[in-house]
Ligand binder design. Sequence first.
Ligand SMILES: NC(=O)c1ccc[n+]([C@@H]2O[C@H](COP(=O)([O-])OP(=O)(O)OC[C@H]3O[C@@H](n4cnc5c(N)ncnc54)[C@H](O)[C@@H]3O)[C@@H](O)[C@H]2O)c1
Length: 266
Amino acid sequence: MADLKDKRIIITGAASGIGRATSMLAAAKGAMVVAVDLNREVEETVSTIEAAGGRAISVQADVSEEEAVEGFIKRCVNEFGGVDGIYANAGIGGGGKPFLELNVEDWQRTLGVNTIGVFLCIKHSVPHFVAQQSGSIVCTASVAGLRANAGGVDYSASKAGVISIVQTVAYQLYGSGVRINGICPGLIETGMTEPIFAQARSRGSEHRIGQINPTKRFGQPSEIAEMACFLLSDAASYVNGQAIPVDGGLSASHPWVFPRGERAEM
Ligand SMILES: NC(=O)c1ccc[n+]([C@@H]2O[C@H](COP(=O)([O-])OP(=O)(O)OC[C@H]3O[C@@H](n4cnc5c(N)ncnc54)[C@H](O)[C@@H]3O)[C@@H](O)[C@H]2O)c1
């Protein structure tokens, strides 16, 4: 369904986790991918894509630096002749400090990558999209941007900011032919959540991870990649301004408790 044949797509945070999985899936669906990451392991994402017969280039860049963002968007235009989509996905967890321990530098770091980084990707890709009257912007927000208890206050606010950017920019792009959407992942096993998984494994409580959602498990990066590729594709032509949870159903509920005795058997 999500055919990306010959689409020129930039994906940030492409060295690991969700960005890596999306880069590989987009390339498998026919896209030319500009894989961007702060970490030089992004080159491995490109090698894997090329080994599978896909087309991609890697760029090492910091999404919180405006010149760097302008640079990788220009690189896409120069290498592939234009840009059709951008997945502003790079993010950091913020460290999960209790809120009274957060200082201004912590806030600036988290917002700088997670929120301003997303804004810069939008700002510098939109002129290309508007000129061609088409384009799809996808941003990674989080269930943490919807409700409490999925991250520290700086992280959660940074992701609520992404959701707000998606909604407001959709209207500022009124009639332009450009769509913008966000994805709110639940708990996904990636580099960012590795410490949670490592701690649970060391305690022998891995089987409990993800049990509070009705799908009864945590998610894989490939399951977010499927949604990202759909939103980047023309198959999503009437989806705009939305922040879509991909969380096994976690955000569908009010707080609840497992019915006594039923949890293990269900
Ligand atoms: N894993 C989850 O459970 C989960 C849940 C909700 C949202 N998210 C979001 O998904 C996105 C992807 O994270 P992930 O889970 O795949 O984690 P990850 O750590 O595996 O991947 C994030 C990538 O972003 C890169 N990055 C960090 N700062 C950067 C910067 N300034 N410039 C360029 N690249 C940078 C990292 O080097 C890394 O490769 C993030 O925005 C994260 O907040 C993750």
